[in-house]
Design a protein around this ligand. Structure first.
Ligand code: DC
Length: 235
């Protein structure tokens, strides 16, 4: 008989994958469905990128970036319509974080080992009862290697460029597919080839290729894995 006491450590579901694969949407829906906490780890890198840009911190100044990472005054909230809102030093920066420029700087700061180390504890602090759904690149490999369920969500570059173009159109921006394709490929290369925490599936991750899936289908596939764990009722 196993006499180990019940662990009070909150369960974690990690959802890793490349930019634009839909893991943000999936992880948010899953967290809501389960009533668990949600970590958008990419937002932390974007917040640091935005703060560094605002304070004119050079990307070569690692000590200043690490300092900034420790000091970031951030708040995540859900607005009345259920949309996540992000605040930096009391200012709402949700839209500013989503720009291509901010994403580009975030990808560069995310390649710096000391920056990643500085953000580790902040990410782990989100692990609270009743559970956490964590969205990122290295959630299952580095930040929560003991996660209870690891999902790797992927989609073709064409499909991701297509989705991004639609998103940008809604914001009144018309960017060509060619430019988006290049931008996304370059970011994938940076994320996959960096020395520290490169983007790769954890060995024990369940893969979902959602190139041809609707959001509902993605959620259903993930819920199938979750049901196997007994966290939601079957059906
Ligand atoms: O998911 P996103 O596009 O918001 O992430 C922004 C950048 O941060 C992206 O270039 C990858 C990086 N990132 C990371 O290196 N590790 C994470 N856990 C999350 C994001």
């Amino acid at each position: 008989m196993n006499s180990r006491p019940e662990s009070a450590v909150a369960p974690v579901i990690t959802i890793d994958g490349p930019s634009g694969s839909g893991k943000g949407t999936l992880s948010r829906l899953l967290a809501r469905r389960l009533g668990w906490h949600w970590l958008d780890s990419g937002a932390l890198y974007r917040l640091l990128a935005l703060a560094a840009t605002q304070d004119n911190i050079a990307l070569e100044d690692v000590a200043a970036l690490v300092d900034k990472a420790h000091q970031l005054d951030i708040r995540f909230e859900e607005s009345a319509d259920g949309e996540p809102q992000i605040y930096l030093s009391g200012q709402r920066v949700t839209d500013a974080l989503r720009t291509e420029q901010c994403g580009k700087v975030a990808s560069k700061v995310a390649a710096i080992p000391a920056v990643r180390a500085a953000l580790l504890d902040r990410q782990r602090a989100f692990r609270q009862l009743p559970g956490l759904v964590a969205d990122g690149r290295d959630m299952g490999t580095v930040v929560f290697p003991d996660a209870d369920l690891k999902i790797f969500l992927d989609a073709s570059i064409e499909e991701r460029a297509n989705r991004r173009q639609k998103q940008l159109k809604k914001q009144g921006l018309d960017i060509s597919m060619g430019d988006l394709f290049q931008e996304i490929s370059a970011r994938d290369q940076r994320d996959m080839n960096r020395a520290v925490s490169p983007l790769r599936p954890a060995e024990d991750a369940k893969h979902i290729d959602c190139s041809a899936m609707t959001i509902d289908e993605m959620l259903e596939t993930a819920l199938g894995f979750v049901r196997e764990k007994g966290w939601v009722a079957a059906g």
